[in-house]
Design a binder for this molecule. Sequence first.
Ligand code: SF4
Length: 232
Amino acid sequence: MKIAGFIKTTLLDWDGMVACTVYLAGCGLRCPYCHNREMVLNADTVDGIDEKDVLAYIEENSDFIDGVVVSGGEPLMNEDIEKFLKKIKALNVKVKIDTNGLFPEVLDDLIGAGLVDMVAMDVKSSLNERYNAASGAIVDLDIIRKSIELIIGSGVDHEFRTTAVPIYVKDDDIKNISMNIKGAKRYRIHQFRNKVTMDDALSVLNPYPESKLINMAEIAKEYIKDVKIRGI
Ligand code: SF4
């Protein structure tokens, strides 16, 4: 496991919480719009941050830090994730996991062990052939469905989110995603940003106008009560 990034304090990564965010290197997907290209493509060579320093900071500041967001990359692909989360929880702070949904068994074990207080899962596009294009990889959609079902049924606080990249996410995709996550506590539609993308071709792709995202949120609200847009 390699910590490729550490934000000491953020109010943006966990709604309503003062959090630290830890970025673990490596991911099995290659989403063309990914902002973390360096830590995804160069997981072996990207500079690492000492775990001891991260844990020491959390311990020293646990009086004002509510929780730690463990993000990536894909945090659940790391074999020692459970050990790491145990060390964080021992510091008396909460844990949020950001995941791409490819490791439902690992997530199930971590939730069962009481190591996860919040899960945020990306749902990239419609759960059909469009998913692969939005992920830059061949994705087993049964695994994605399994993660969705697990998260909704887990009793753990959660949200699903989609980055509205105009070529991968259209109105029909929002409808398909919303139907597939029906019963979820929250759904967030993220505005696409064309700065620093995995695929350079997306740097010239304009984001949707605000009115389009508002319309997409209305579509999603037919299936999920709590829908919001982030990044506008
Ligand atoms: S955006 Fe895609 S490629 Fe980037 S870290 Fe998330 S799942 Fe991996």
